[in-house]
Write a protein that binds this ligand. Sequence first.
Ligand code: DX5
Ligand code: ZN
Length: 217
Amino acid sequence: MKPTHTLVAPSILSADFLRLGEEIDAICKGECDYIHIDVMDGHFVPNLTLGPVVIEKLSSLTNKPLDIHLMVENVPFFVDLFLPLKPAILSVHIEEVKHLHRLIKHIQSCGTKAGVVLNPHTSEAALEYVLPEVDLVLLMSVNPGFGGQTFIPSTLQKLEKIVKMRDKLNPQCLIEVDGGVNDKNIAMLKEKGVDMVVAGSYIFNSKDYAKAIASLR
Ligand code: DX5
Ligand code: ZN
């Protein structure tokens, strides 16, 4: 069933890591729909973040579903590292996977929804043969690696095209946008048909997380 409102997934990359438990609590009280977790390996992107040990602890604090975004090389290895945490969604970059169809089926066979991620430079054409199989398409609206970057406007054109492809090939598939999302661009994203947005700095730099989440929803 398609959601009736825009789903909001705060990216904890912008949270205060010294108070991570309290930060998770605050976004859950603020009624986020998912918790977005950015996994970076220092190879696919020039940054390092969280591993399964920390994420397992975090997930024990909440029953909100986890939306894990893998920005890594050696993707099948990391998929198997994170699947035991039973995330609701596990997304992999289309640019980095050799046997994408096989990996999607593997993720789904473990009861997790499989997402594919497109970098800002990757054409929607890359989705043609895989869109019917996936549960989610994640469009990067910044170059992956860091929070707090500026939204890349060409994402809107790509979103419009992918919404059309999705409606034709796989109407149940969700479309998520990640990077630089805030109260200035959310209306345009909704107009183009986005189902779910990730927001890091916009939510965690605000004084009132619940209000920031509500403004995107
Ligand atoms: C970037 C990450 C994003 C990022 C979003 O590589 O995938 O999830 O943390 O943060 P903001 O909303 O600050 O761009
Ligand atoms: Zn992300």
